[in-house]
Design a protein around this ligand. Structure first.
Ligand code: MG
Length: 393
């Protein structure tokens, strides 16, 4: 019988942000981490000690670690790929380090500039130094379910890497479907095989939802005994060196699935959902469709739940007050159902009520992704998903 509790490792501040075009400031990254912790997250991949020229989204890891709230019982994880990164992580005061070791050479070469064997040698060096400092090390076996360059990944190769990682002292092995190609049957097989050789190391899984199998894979992992799962608030993230990799599974949607299945996490779904909405505004991106966000939206806009049109003359008209914050807000122009079709509408300079949207263009999304309404002559467009926030205009 599957465990009734799952621990979530929130990877949004690192894995979630590293592939986003917009580079968040240090205070924004600190706020993201603080929000996650306030929601009940107790392990968080907070930073990455990699070359900031290669991954500028992760620059300033030391500053982030210096600014975050340090709470007892919360473990801050730093990703490292070499000894230099470990030294930075130790100085910055993370609680544990994670090392990514791809299962395929071509991905390893493009992502980390070396072969898998060379990465394993680097890991041995990191593991020894970390042990001398009492720093727990976990290993994420990336491309464990498939590689964007080499195709299928041999399970035996994953098992071998996991065994060598465990032998060298890893406290936890993560199986990562870096590009989202895995399916539940594959998850069951790999969890069984790796679980058998991991010794005292725990097992964690990391899924992407590229082909909409991420949550099924998470459930499969849980049902086969995995009690630690990675997820990223808002479903953001990908991999800068993995073509076509889309987002991680969203923390809020994973929580929804687990909680409704009677599995406890100790994390507040509403708080995570609100954080996802907030992060969407910071990244200036649509939230990926999320049941959690939709449910919240329907709670606040009952007409939408009854099937009333969201745009056009028959649209329900939520108050301005409930909409402010996730919308680009401006005035002028007639109400037009053509905005439902997906196009870009220029904002009139000076007409914007929100300084952030002044003079900018707004991409009108397909209906599922936006909600438009009119009040007097003011038109509000949601470009960050349908989750509302409260506030006053
Ligand atoms: Mg990922």
């Amino acid at each position: 019988m599957a465990a009734q509790r799952v621990d979530i490792v929130e990877v949004g501040p690192r894995d979630g942000l590293q592939n986003e075009d917009r580079v968040l400031s240090v205070p924004e990254r600190v706020e993201l981490i603080d929000r996650a912790i306030s929601a009940g997250i107790r392990r968080i991949e907070a930073v990455s000690f990699v070359n900031p020229r290669r991954v500028p989204q992760m620059a300033g890891a030391e500053e982030v670690m210096a600014e975050v709230r340090r709470l007892p019982g919360v473990s801050y994880i730093g990703l490292v790929l070499n000894r230099k990164g470990l030294d930075r992580a130790l100085r910055a005061g993370v609680d544990e380090v994670n090392i990514a070791i791809p299962a395929t050479d071509e991905f390893c070469r493009r992502n980390q500039g070396c072969t898998v064997e060379e990465m394993l040698a680097a890991y041995d060096d990191i593991a020894r130094a970390a042990a001398a400092d009492g720093m727990p090390v976990s290993v994420t076996v990336s491309t464990a379910f498939g590689c964007p360059f080499e195709g299928e990944t041999e399970p035996e190769r994953v098992v071998e890497i996991a065994r060598r990682a465990a032998d060298a002292g890893a406290v936890e092995i993560a199986l990562a479907d870096t590009i989202g190609v895995g399916v539940p049957r594959q998850v069951a097989e790999l969890v069984r095989k790796v679980g058998g050789i991991a010794g005292g190391a725990g097992l964690r899984c990391h899924f992407h939802n590229t082909r909409n199998t991420g949550y099924a894979n998470a459930l499969a992992a849980h049902e086969h005994g995995v009690t630690v799962l990675d997820a990223s608030v808002g479903g953001f993230g990908g991999c800068p060196f993995a073509p076509a990799a889309t987002g991680n599974i969203a923390t809020e949607d994973l929580l929804y699935m687990l909680h409704r299945s009677g599995v406890q996490t100790g994390i507040d779904l509403d708080a995570v959902s609100q954080t996802g909405t907030w992060l969407g505004t910071r990244l200036d991106k649509d939230l990926r469709p999320s049941w959690a966000a939709r449910e919240r939206s329907r709670d606040e806009h009952p007409a939408a739940a009854r099937g009333a049109p969201e745009t056009g003359p028959g649209a329900s008209r939520p108050s301005l007050a409930t909409l402010r914050g996730v919308f680009h807000c401006y005035s002028g122009g007639p109400w037009s159902p053509r905005w439902r079709r997906g196009e870009t509408t220029p904002l009139a300079p000076g007409a914007a009520r929100s300084p952030a949207s002044a003079g900018r263009s707004v991409a009108i999304r397909p209906r599922e992704h936006h909600l438009a309404t009119a009040a007097s002559t003011k038109h509000l467009f949601v470009t960050g998903g349908v989750a509302p926030v409260s506030g006053r205009v």
